[in-house]
Design a protein around this ligand. Sequence first.
Ligand SMILES: [Fe+2]
Length: 164
Amino acid sequence: MTTKKTDVSRIDIGLSDTQRAEIADGLKHLLADTYTLYLKTHNFHWNVTGPMFQTLHLLFMDMYNEQWMAVDLLAERIRALGFPAPGSYREFAELTSISESEGLLGAKEMIRQLIAGQESVVRTARAMFPVVNEANDQPTADVLTQRMQIHEKNAWMLRSLLED
Ligand SMILES: [Fe+2]
């Protein structure tokens, strides 16, 4: 008597193959944005100068530490959907909507660039909702909601630093 083997290569979680691919593709962009913003924030933690040094050095550290944990969450969601996660600077540079900063920047310009970066990540996450909602992919929606909440809060905190 032969027992029928389970086909482990087939993923059947109630999403179509097309839906899984589209959602994973969106998550790859979100991962690349988050990683690029992580690196930029860590760079600014190292290189910030001026009278706001202590505040910004520590605030940027809180943000890059949180983002460092988030890239793992995003990459592992891509894996759970059955796709390889991008993990090289070349892939991230191709996928991200956030441009790298060049040269040494003043503290206020760093803050402005980080606000723009936070908002870019939020837009990338928000753009995924039509396909995620259509597919009833609540686990991905949960991840997106968490990421949007954090980046919108970060943008508010950074923006507050530039106000009188
Ligand atoms: Fe440090």
